[in-house]
Write a protein that binds this ligand. Structure first.
Ligand code: BES
Ligand code: MN
Ligand code: ZN
Length: 502
């Protein structure tokens, strides 16, 4: 990671030099330690804040250079009030506050700051959210920019060192360590999705998963020969047009009781999706380097569970393939027999994700008998048409699992919207020549894709998250300015943490 960020906590009282940051809420003067700091400057709060139009809303800033009465050479007063209407739910306000803070510091090219957080509201959990927001906002994917911005041109410094002054430093440090494990999973997912496909092929992705072993994850990588032997022919048919060999990676985290059935996460890992013979239009095809966003989220999640030593047994299964056009590529009309025995007519080679997941899901349920399976996939453009970027599509055969996922979505800001399923949609994937076909045409495209997957879950409690609209091309927020936001890691960590851990 080319940029470094440290967030540390320290106890009061301190008189730091450099940049000092205090908060003021809606229409209120700085209070507590911040109030004392303000008083030391001898400045008139009423006069100054009204002259600057500072009301204390989140995002507002008063920038006071060389304040007299303080050791600091710069004092920033940031708004601690309500964020703008329609922003993330209140649960995320503190992460947004941290993101906003980091954005301000980077915008002002401040590399080091001390932040005073002594209000009664600033509980360890909220301080940890704020610290998470700082880290998430600071992330940049710029390793291929050979021209690092020159002094004065750049709006962002290389490194950011933030010291948080809190009342409970022990508690805050523990909360930050726990929350950081989640952030690092999210950042890993961002890196994997942002990375171009010439650099991140199937084998390279598998190597990233294997590199997590030192955290205590057990990682298996199944190669083409093994997959053929097991009969994962639907997955193999996608890979057959590419020079890159397919891989199925199985990550195990054994933090729960011996012999306890695991929870399972399954990810679509199409390292590049050209569409195959049913080739995609040129415009925007470069985005299909991100067609492994589901696998990235699963890998980031497994990293998180290991890093925070989650008290659960979990498996992460990712199907890694590349969907290319060549003389060996699958053709429209081809019929393959999936691992489950179901025959599939491939009437559109661009509906490849469901072929990968069909075998990955069947493999996962038959080998692990999991308590539930959640799959994540950049599966259909249609989900973006329906829900845009603010919600991923949720499809499930289990009310309890679906409810828990919806709740986790609201708690993390990685929101979900439940979509319908049923026999009327299932009918649309019937094939003239085989048991089912992989594409059912334009109507209800995301739902028919989910119906296809449902044929391979064998009645295990299951949820499918269609993240095609949320895993890439994100619009900037307080906590993310990257193309890939790392969607799904925080959501599934929350699901596990709140419902399944011992
Ligand atoms: N990877 C795409 C879906 C996608 C589209 C993800 C845009 C992210 C952004 C998927 O493999 C695909 O091509 N789906 C087709 C399905 C159709 C052929 C039934 C689609 O959505 O058009
Ligand atoms: Mn496709
Ligand atoms: Zn795809």
């Amino acid at each position: 990671m080319p940029h470094t960020l440290t967030v540390t906590t320290a106890a009061f009282p301190l008189a730091p030099t450099g940049t000092l940051v205090i908060y003021a809420g809606d229409g209120a003067a700085p209070a507590g330690k911040g109030g004392e700091i303000w008083a030391a400057t001898g400045l008139d709060w009423k006069k100054l804040s009204s002259a600057a139009g500072f009301s204390g809303r989140q995002g507002q800033v008063l920038d006071i250079l060389a304040p007299s009465g303080l050791a600091a050479d710069r004092l920033l007063v940031l708004g601690a009030g309500k964020p703008a209407e329609g922003d993330n739910p209140p649960a995320n306000a503190w992460a947004d506050r941290g993101g906003s803070l980091a954005g301000k510091l980077m915008g002002l090219r401040i590399a080091e700051a001390a932040v005073v957080l002594d209000s009664a509201e600033a509980t360890p959990a909220r301080v940890a959210e704020l610290a998470a927001g700082v880290r998430l906002r600071h992330y940049r994917f710029d390793r291929y920019k050979s021209q690092k911005p020159k002094n004065g041109e750049s709006s962002e410094p290389e490194a950011l060192a933030v010291t948080l002054y809190v009342t409970d430093s022990k508690g805050s440090e523990a909360a930050i360590a726990d929350r950081t494990a989640v952030v690092e999973g999210t950042l890993m997912a961002r890196d994997l999705v942002n990375e171009p496909a010439n650099v991140l092929g199937t084998e390279e992705f598998a190597a990233h998963a294997e590199a997590l072993a030192p955290l205590g994850l057990e990682v298996e990588v199944l190669d083409e020969k093994q997959l053929r032997k097991l009969g994962l022919n639907a997955l193999l048919s996608v890979a057959q047009g590419s020079a890159r060999p397919p891989r199925l990676v199985v990550m195990h985290w054994n933090g729960g009781g011996k012999g306890t059935r695991p929870v399972a996460f399954v990810g679509k890992g199409v390292v590049f999706d050209s569409g195959g013979v049913s080739i995609k239009p040129a415009a925007g095809m470069e985005d299909m380097k991100g067609d492994m966003g589901g696998a990235a989220a699963v890998t980031g999640l497994m990293r998180t569970l290991a890093a925070r030593k989650a008290r659960i047994n979990a498996v992460g299964v990712i199907g890694l393939v590349e969907n290319m056009v060549s003389g060996t590529a699958m053709r429209p009309g081809d019929i393959v027999r999936a691992m489950s025995g179901t025959t599939i007519e491939i009437n559109n080679t661009d509906a490849e994700g469901r072929l990968v997941l069909a075998d990955a899901l069947w493999y996962t349920q038959s080998r692990f008998k999991p308590r539930f399976m959640v799959d994540l996939a950049t599966l259909t453009g249609a989900i973006g048409v329906a829900l845009g970027q603010d919600h991923a599509g949720l499809f499930s055969n289990d009310e309890e699992l679906a409810g828990r996922l919806l709740t986790a979505g609201l708690a993390t800001g990685e929101k979900l919207w439940r979509m319908p399923m049923g026999p009327a949609y299932d009918k649309l994937i019937e094939s003239r020549f085989a048991d089912i076909k992989n594409s059912a045409g334009r109507q209800a495209g995301s739902i028919t894709a989910a119906q296809f997957l449902a044929r391979f879950v064998n009645d295990v409690p299951w949820a499918h998250l269609d993240i095609a609209g949320t895993a890439m091309g994100a619009s900037s927020s307080e906590v993310n300015t990257s193309w890939a936001p790392g969607y799904g890691v925080a959501l599934l960590d929350r699901l596990v943490r709140d419902n399944y851990e011992a």
